[in-house]
Design a protein around this ligand. Structure first.
Ligand SMILES: Cc1cc2nc3c(=O)[nH]c(=O)nc-3n(C[C@H](O)[C@H](O)[C@H](O)COP(=O)(O)O)c2cc1C
Length: 154
């Protein structure tokens, strides 16, 4: 059976998008798992029912996820997601490691009971407002994708 993954992200300067793409590279190394990448504004609620796993990624904006990602999580809470698997990731600048990740996880746990978080989120450091992604962070993205995909095969 084919496992279907959708990766939903927002990215002002492209760094979170690169993280999303690199996670997908890691996912695609495992057979029979297919991943697609989309921004929330291009996602219809009903199409989400086709996926087994929903990944959500956001840059850290003022200590948390973007408004668009918060709205997207709230929208997920309004549809009947049954036993879907969820994973989150963020990009951050200074000392805000994991901050947006934790807020997304909390929001999902509170508002989207049908989305079960299968692993704790990934937080990737960028060098400044516009990036770039700090050296040594890229392998973590690919390994994360790989880990998620292997977890789904069990
Ligand atoms: C409006 C705004 C607020 C931000 N606030 C924070 C913050 O509170 N903490 C932090 O670590 N990074 C903050 N950043 C930096 C972002 O994390 C950084 O721009 C982002 O990771 C880059 O990802 P992107 O290229 O996908 O937009 C902020 C960026 C913007 C644009």
């Amino acid at each position: 059976m084919l496992t279907k993954v959708i990766v939903i992200y927002e990215s002002k300067y492209g760094n979170t998008k690169r993280v999303a793409e690199t996670i997908i590279e890691g996912i695609n190394e495992i057979e029979r798992i297919e991943a697609v990448l989309k921004e929330p504004k291009h996602v219809e609620s009903t199409e989400l029912l086709d996926y087994d796993v929903i990944l959500i990624g956001s840059p850290n904006h003022i200590g948390g996820p973007t408004r668009g990602i918060k709205k997207f999580i709230d929208k997920l809470g309004k549809i009947e997601l049954e036993e879907k698997m969820g994973v989150v990731f963020d990009t951050y600048m200074g000392r805000d490691f994991n901050k947006a990740v934790r807020k997304m996880e909390k929001r999902i746990n509170e508002k989207v009971p049908g989305l079960k978080l299968i692993t704790s989120g990934l937080s990737i450091k960028v060098g400044g407002m516009k990036g770039p992604i700090v050296e040594g962070e890229f392998p973590k993205c690919k390994e994360f994708g790989n880990k998620i995909a292997r977890q789904m095969k069990i």
